[in-house]
Design a protein around this ligand. Structure first.
Ligand code: CAA
Length: 258
């Protein structure tokens, strides 16, 4: 497996784990982290032995944002020329379902990284926020767009304009987080959820994620057309035949991911 310096990467069964590992900077997301997380996620995505990916950090911080020290001296033309956060587009584009298991700070780019995932599980210690306004900038990894879609305009506007952090319970009420669990249970709960997802057939997982993504992008009418085609296409897969035969025969399906 590729050697990484800022993340730990491990495959357990059909689940790929990516653990952010820059404790000295509260997992701040510099260019190397972006490249490594993306490379690891894309490698898992290309492996049909992986049916779910979990991204997590440390107890204290999922990630405290983009690396401020790396950005501080940059100019606008540096930002454009290097497409500073561009590597994350490939991360957000993986077909495999991704779970963010968040403990501690998920701020700025950390909150935005969580929102590039499909499911956010939070420890009761998690704190979410977009504090970029305190630095004289705005969210730059999708926060102004994805937070509104997640929690609605008015709450997103309050958080982005004030820089206020919200705790895990508030984030769950707002719809950003699917479930809050005690911090000590976070990794076990993420494992259970990821294993459940990874036990399903890959073609239907990919189709479900692509259809969910389409719903974020388009009108209801166009989204329903996408869903109709994706649903029909699954009837050419072995897993559809197996899944429905298993139901009829009252047994567990044995998906081949084809
Ligand atoms: N970038 C670079 N370094 C960071 C960092 C970041 N985003 N967040 C924390 N660190 C570093 C600190 O500089 C410190 O390093 P030193 O010991 O070398 O000084 C180390 O991590 C530990 O941090 P603190 O001592 O500050 O820890 P704390 O417990 O007192 O505070 C915190 C924790 C409230 C999260 C605080 O670290 C903080 O406010 N961090 C910045 C949060 C932030 O503004 N994030 C947005 C970044 S901009 C962005 O993300 C743009 C975008 O949209 C993509």
């Amino acid at each position: 497996m590729t050697e990484y310096e800022t993340i730990l990467v491990e495959q357990r069964g059909r689940v790929g784990w990516i653990t952010l590992n820059r404790p000295q900077a509260l997992n701040a997301l510099n260019g190397q982290v972006a490249d490594e997380v993306t490379a690891a996620a894309v490698a898992f995505d290309e492996d049909d032995g992986v049916g779910a990916i979990v991204v997590t950090g440390s107890e204290k911080a999922f990630a405290a944002g983009a690396d401020i020290k790396e950005m501080e001296g940059m100019s606008a033309s540096d930002m454009f020329a290097t497409d500073h956060f561009g590597a994350w587009n490939d991360f957000a584009g993986v077909r495999t379902p991704v779970i963010a298991a968040v403990s501690g700070f998920a701020l700025g780019g950390g909150c935005e990284l969580a929102m590039m995932c499909d499911i956010i599980l939070a420890a009761d210690t998690a704190k979410f926020g977009q504090p970029e306004i305190n630095l004289g900038v705005i969210p730059g990894m999708g926060g102004t767009q994805r937070l509104i879609r997640a929690i609605g305009y008015y709450k997103a506007a309050e958080l982005i304009l004030s820089g206020r952090m919200m705790g895990a319970e508030e984030a769950e009420r707002a719809g950003l987080v699917s479930r809050v669990v005690p911090a000590s249970d976070l990794l076990d709960e993420a494992t259970k959820l990821a294993e459940t997802i990874a036990s399903k057939g890959l073609p239907s997982l990919y189709a479900a994620k692509a259809s969910l993504d389409t719903a974020m992008e388009t009108t209801l009418a166009a989204g329903l057309i996408h869903e109709k085609k994706a649903f029909a296409a699954l009837f050419d897969t072995e897993d559809q035949k197996e899944g429905m035969a298993a139901f009829r025969e009252k047994r567990e399906p044995n998906f081949t991911h084809r």
